[in-house]
Design a binder for this molecule. Sequence first.
Ligand code: A5P
Length: 240
Amino acid sequence: MSDETLSPQDIAKRAAGVAAIDRYVTSGMKLGLGSGSTSHWMVRTLGEQVRAGLDVVGVPTSTDTAEVARQAGVPLADLDELGELDLTLDGADEIDRQLRMIKGGGACLLWEKIVATASRRMVALVDDKKLVDRLGAFPLPVEVVRFGWRATQRQIERLLAAHGLERAEITIRGGPTTPLLTDSGNIILDCRLGAIADPDGLTVGLNTIPGVVENGLFCGIADAALIGYPDGTARELGSA
Ligand code: A5P
């Protein structure tokens, strides 16, 4: 894709996705392959390197990424065949300076968290607009089972109120009649919170609610972030 057809944010995403391969990937690695447009730049670049002789195997974090990887010629395997992965490279919707993230804008948070935590290292690939002082402007996705989802939503509202977030607005992604289903067949509740004072406490609390499968707060998971800029450069935050 030529630069004329890309927005400055897309150029920044491409910068992070492309630079990640050169910076972090070496032959023999078992890789977690993230989801979303930034990760797909990374997967396509990985495919070019595989065609040039790089020997890696990837575990996709969504059916979409599996398709992009197949088209790019990246060898894929099942997570349970590979055991612990060397590295996961994945995007994010927001990231703070402690490398805590909101993920799940593409509804892939469950597989993304399973794959990231099955990896020795995780590097977030983001454009510069994703770096925030405080998480929460991006709606927090919470994946819940379909059975009794309104009861689960009420429990989430109670928990949010206990975290000082009583004005949170929660919507079911896709709407109640045609909800979006995740790759695991669950639904997503998007929680508009504004600002999250205690992401570490909130992620633990959410995951204790029956019916919640996983939430989009990723705390203590990323080792570093590679931040892309519209001038085509990328810089590391943290250390992988
Ligand atoms: C997918 O569920 C998300 O976690 C993505 O990683 C996130 O939405 C980032 O997407 P972009 O790279 O397209 O901004």
